[in-house]
Design a protein. Sequence first.
Length: 143
Amino acid sequence: MSLIKRSDWPSLLRDSWLSDFFDGDRFFDSDLMQRTVPAVNIVEKDDSFEIELAAPGLEKKDFKVTVDRGVLTISAEKESRKEEKENNYTRKEFNYSSFSRSFALPETVSDEDIKGNYQNGILRLSVKKKAPAKQPKKAIEIS
């Protein structure tokens, strides 16, 4: 049995948005199939890791950044409500979106020294590396 594309919808559906939604391959290109997790870039520098997360449309207050047992978690929640009242109808729209990304931090970083900045739709975090522990010189006696 093979799957075939069916285009013999009733004429009511053929020329409507339902046709665009169900007929053809446009469903997979629609907004319904958008990614819900923002893209992240991580760059290692000599003294830090720089994390950039693309999250346009959010505000600083929407983000929550935590470190727990060596795991850095970046999350955000945004809820919006819109209501229009006219003479004979009321229209309410609700929108809620959220995401969460977690990253295991290497032992070489200091979870005490993390700084963040959100500007122009990009959240930037700087995670400082620990100074390398100095090993005391030890003389080895040869017998």
